[in-house]
Design a protein around this ligand. Structure first.
Ligand SMILES: NC(=O)C1=CN([C@@H]2O[C@H](COP(=O)(O)OP(=O)(O)OC[C@H]3O[C@@H](n4cnc5c(N)ncnc54)[C@H](OP(=O)(O)O)[C@@H]3O)[C@@H](O)[C@H]2O)C=CC1
Ligand SMILES: O=C(O)CCC(=O)C(=O)O
Ligand SMILES: [Mg+2]
Length: 729
């Protein structure tokens, strides 16, 4: 039997699911549409690795490779090590027999445990489920809503000192080498040390004919010199020092880079006490938020803490994630996620928040230069032409290459912090050297794979979207970057497979593509960005945040290569800040528009897969209900006392029931929904009041990573009247 699989994930989307899914399931049941849930939260994935729960992710990963797949995927935590450890601790406190995260595994058993945790760490869900490329755009209704209800993009002040600092040499972008393999092969990655030893870093690496392999390195000594210089520049020019990385998605390379920044910022502390910290298992890679509490257990902990405080006082002023709570930019690697943080900076006129909560210009440090230029180009554009006006600007949707762990998504098991100087080589099975780099100890070396079928599919998706929307499609590719040069050859080879007559299709470097798209945007013109995986991630926060104020309102579809559908919800993340607010004051400002949008194509797919016209009726009516929802302005407000996430679900339920009751394609469904629509409409003010009455006090959901289902359901379904209507439907 066909089913729609709705995923349970983490944080705010999980909370929203407790309120929204009962409504969806009740409506779907009436139309004979079958829903199932699977838990792919970080907690459930930990339990699964240790045999304490089913491995839902593996199951869905396999399903995604079949035409039957119909999966709704909400954002999930890509756990940094501090988050992973917190989740483990919570599960242990709840009585689950899961082992501690082994910091420095030495025994075989510890190594095995560590390997299991490495599978859960960082971006571990998306690369498994995303067996297709990405189509993310603002639906016309959302774009029109933003034009009539524009948020504010603040102006950069005259003489704004905000800028981006990036390496530009000796980094991943500049050291890249790339080849396309001619035939199926099995590769290995070997480090030849200066002493002539051959250390196998990886073997058995299967590649297919036509696959692009690339490799590169970030040179540690140059990274350190760059960071010292950036810290001095921020101090000298008296701007905030801020770091922007993606330590979650780039889960091996970026935590190491984060650690270098912590060590550079606190150089005197690490020089004097580095050995003490290392002996206590306190790693710079985990950030100040893990180091500082760990100091209490050290005999000289107070002294070390004072040294950290002195370094903060002596250094440039730091950007803060939460100044009220004293959380700096260097506290937690997963708190400074470049895709969300840089657009927030641009939206705020180039200013971030300092220790006192005041705003100031910043030196935005993005060490690798692969895509830093995109943000510099946006900043320059806004300085020159003023803020982008959401009431008039055009839109930049994205077609992103990501299928089959394309590009950096698949680099994690091929990224190494080099232990000893030498030469790293990628070797074909017959010993031919495909790529080689000389490396020093501490360099971060990584390789990526991009298979041919996903590239063909991506080119096709780009042409399809250009044709369907009438927008120009720009491939954001830099011909002077080794990997992009290989991709460009494929783009030029595969474009002629499609009818591109009358379409504007161009290839521009990311910086030029940014300026080109922004100039069009300012004229109210729309431009598709066709990008690789990392820019897919960056652009689908950057442009939505500037156009719509948030990436939550995006339609985010992954047409799976095998024919199934993965329907993602919005382009944003799991919004940890929102959970804090719920726990503190029983208010959830998560916007579920992304979920509403995902459900429409998922129901359409179900109608087609199961030959169930009633599912199509549900899809059509939901689509119209979402339109009403936007017109009536029912998205959650940001503040206590307004309609929050739960209230927004009530209004969607009301409009949806009314649409089903009204339609004439399926008389039985209309008759079934009529009484419900009336009950919800008659009780509108009672339900709205019940939902608002609970706000303002702390809420207990019995956990963070593994909240208690009963308690959470109680918190997320506080209206007895609404519950009665839905549960008795
Ligand atoms: N698809 C996925 O699975 C994704 C997962 N992630 C993961 O999410 C976590 C947090 O990432 P982070 O970079 O902080 O990004 P988030 O998108 O979670 O948070 C940034 C801000 O975006 C806004 N926002 C995002 N979605 C919504 C929504 N539906 N409703 C209202 N506001 C929204 C909020 O802004 P404001 O507070 O200003 O309203 C939020 O504080 C990480 O673990 C990350 O790896 C991140 C991106 C995608
Ligand atoms: O996979 C991840 O870690 C996050 C992905 C993400 O931010 C996105 O897809 O927009
Ligand atoms: Mg993203």
């Amino acid at each position: 039997m066909s089913s729609i699989i709705y995923t349970h994930t983490d944080e705010a989307p999980l909370l929203a699911t407790y309120s929204f899914l009962p409504i969806v399931e009740a409506y779907a049941a009436k139309a004979g549409v079958n829903f199932e849930t699977r838990d792919i939260s970080v907690a459930a994935r930990i339990l699964a690795q240790f045999g304490l729960a089913d491995d839902a992710l593996a199951e869905l990963g396999a399903l995604a490779k079949t035409p039957e797949a119909n999966i709704i995927k909400l954002p999930n935590v890509s756990a940094s090590i501090p988050q992973l450890k917190a989740a483990v601790k919570e599960l242990q406190e709840k009585g689950f027999d899961v082992p501690d995260y082994p910091e420095a595994p030495s025994t075989e058993e510890e190594k095995e445990i560590r390997a299991k945790y490495d599978k859960i760490k960082g971006s571990a869900v998306n690369p498994v489920l995303r067996e297709g490329n990405s189509d993310r755009r603002a639906p016309a209704s959302v774009k029109n809503y933003a034009k009539t209800h524009p948020h504010t993009n603040k102006a950069f002040t005259e003489g704004s000192k905000t800028s981006v600092a990036t390496m530009g040499a000796h980094d991943f972008a500049s050291n890249e080498k790339s080849v396309t393999v001619a035939a199926d092969d099995t590769l290995s990655i070997v480090l030849e040390t200066a002493a002539g030893d051959q250390v196998v870093l990886k073997d058995g690496l299967k590649v297919l004919a036509g696959e692009i392999i690339d490799a590169t390195k970030m040179e540690a000594a140059h990274l350190q010199a760059f960071l010292r210089n950036a810290i001095a520049t921020a101090k000298a020019t008296d701007v905030l020092f801020s770091l922007h990385l993606k330590a979650t998605m780039m889960k091996v390379s970026d935590p190491i880079i984060f650690g270098h920044v912590v060590k550079a910022f606190f150089e005197p502390v690490f020089e004097q006490y580095g050995a003490d910290l290392a002996a206590a298992g306190l790693s710079a890679n985990d950030g100040l938020g893990s180091i500082l509490p760990g100091l209490d257990a050290l005999p000289n902990g107070a002294e070390i803490k004072a040294a950290f405080e002195k370094a903060i006082a002596d250094g440039p002023r730091m950007s803060y994630v939460n100044s009220d709570k004293g959380i700096t930019n260097l506290h937690v690697p997963s708190d400074v996620i470049v895709d969300a943080s840089m657009p927030a900076l641009v939206r705020n006129g180039g200013r971030l928040w300092g220790a006192d909560g005041g705003e100031d210009d910043t030196l935005a440090v993005i060490p690798d230069s692969s895509y830093a230029g995109v943000y510099q180009a946006v900043i320059e554009d806004c300085k020159e032409h003023g803020p982008l006006d959401p009431a008039t600007i055009g839109t930049v949707p994205n077609v992103g290459l990501m299928a089959q762990a394309a590009e950096e998504y698949g680099s994690h098991d091929k990224t190494f912090e080099i232990a000893e100087a030498g030469t790293v080589r990628i070797l074909a099975a017959d010993g031919t050297v495909l790529i080689e780099h000389d490396v020093e100890a501490g360099d971060i070396w990584r390789a990526c794979q991009t298979k041919d079928i996903p590239v063909q599919d991506w080119v096709k998706l780009a042409v399809t979207r250009a044709r369907a929307s009438g927008m120009p499609a720009i491939f954001w590719l830099n011909e002077s970057r080794a990997h992009d040069a290989e991709i460009i050859k494929k783009v030029n080879a595969y474009l002629p497979d499609h009818d591109t007559d009358g379409l504007e299709i161009k290839i521009l470097s990311p910086e030029l593509a940014t300026s080109y798209s922004l100039a069009r945007m300012r004229r109210g013109e729309d431009t598709i960005s066709v990008t690789g995986n990392v820019l897919r991630d960056y652009n689908t926060d950057l442009f939505p945040i500037l156009e719509l104020g948030t990436s939550a309102k995006m339609l985010s579809v992954v047409p799976l290569i095998a024919g199934g559908g993965l329907f993602e919800t919005g382009a944003g993340g799991s919004a940890p800040k929102h959970v804090q607010q719920l726990v503190e004051e029983d208010y959830l400002r998560w916007d579920s528009l992304g979920e509403f949008f995902a459900l429409v194509p998922s129901l359409e797919k179900y109608a087609e897969q199961a030959g169930a016209p009633a599912a199509q009726v549900l899809a059509d009516t939901l689509d119209r209900a979402t339109g009403t929802f936007l017109n009536e302005d029912r998205s959650p407000g940001r503040k206590l006392g307004s309609t929050d996430n739960r209230g927004s679900h009530f209004y969607l339920a009301l409009y949806w029931a009314e649409e089903v009751a009204k339609q004439t394609d399926d008389a039985a469904l209309a008759a079934a929904f009529g009484p419900l629509a009336k009950t919800l409409r008659d009780n509108e003010s009672v339900i709205a009041e019940e939902l608002i009455a609970v706000q303002g006090k702390p809420a207990d959901i019995g956990g963070y990573y593994y909240p208690d289902a009963e308690k959470t359901s109680k918190v997320m379904r506080p209206s007895a009247t609404l519950n009665e209507a839905i549960d008795s439907f």
